[in-house]
Design a binder for this molecule. Structure first.
Ligand code: URA
Length: 206
């Protein structure tokens, strides 16, 4: 699949979206951005003030914090894919409503299908609940990787929460430090499960 045009077309659809009332109160929709072939996808909650102004995810204080975490593991934001559960800012940064999350779901599903990341890092409780709906709560499971549909889900505190609380900042930095080894394991697992060259030959015979 040519991922770049597929993501660009999806971003156009998101910018024109009116599936829920947030479509008429946003300044800009925030589809997401990054490397279309990224191995890691970061999924936040929803755009805040700065993201709504610029149409880009994680560009305010939370974004600067995320970039500093990435730098700790020698990555830049251009090397990963960054998006949100909901693509438009709720008024006054209120929590996203269940119907808004449901309306946006097909967009996140398609982003995951196109980028096909090995590891999804969830930022905050709404993103965690999207992927791990019956989990006991972020304080209990942050930093604990779980496999879902052949991908690793790593729940983290939201950057805004980590910025407010030194204890959560320390925990988030520790959780983040696992990413390189988790990725190495995920690469090995995917390579093992990839069809052998023989399988391709057989497929082409029929
Ligand atoms: N918080 C989020 O959850 N997402 C953003 O894009 C910015 C802040």
């Amino acid at each position: 699949m040519n991922k770049e045009p597929a993501l660009a077309q999806l971003a156009e659809e998101i910018r024109a979206c009116r599936r829920c009332p947030l479509g008429s109160v946003r300044t800009h929709a925030v589809p997401g951005e990054g490397d279309p072939n990224a191995e890691i996808m970061f999924v936040g909650e929803g755009p805040g003030y700065h993201e709504d102004r610029q149409g880009r995810p994680f560009v305010g204080n939370s974004g600067a914090y995320l970039e500093s975490l990435l730098a700790d593991i020698h990555l830049t934001r251009e090397q990963v894919y960054i998006c949100n559960v909901i693509k438009c800012r709720p008024p006054h940064n209120r929590d996203p409503l269940p119907q808004e999350i449901a309306a946006c779901k097909p967009y996140l599903e398609r982003q995951i299908e196109i980028v096909d990341p090995l590891l999804i890092v969830t930022l905050g409780r709404f993103s965690m609940a999207y992927f791990l709906p019956n989990s006991p709560g972020i304080s209990r499971i942050h930093g604990k990787p779980t496999e879902v549909d052949g991908r690793i889900i790593l729940p983290l505190f939201h950057p805004a929460a980590a910025l407010r609380n030194p204890k959560w900042d320390r925990a988030t930095r520790q959780d983040f430090a696992q990413i390189p080894s988790l990725l190495a394991k995920a690469r090995a697992t995917r390579a093992q499960n990839a069809p052998a060259p023989d399988d391709f030959e057989q497929l082409s015979l029929f």
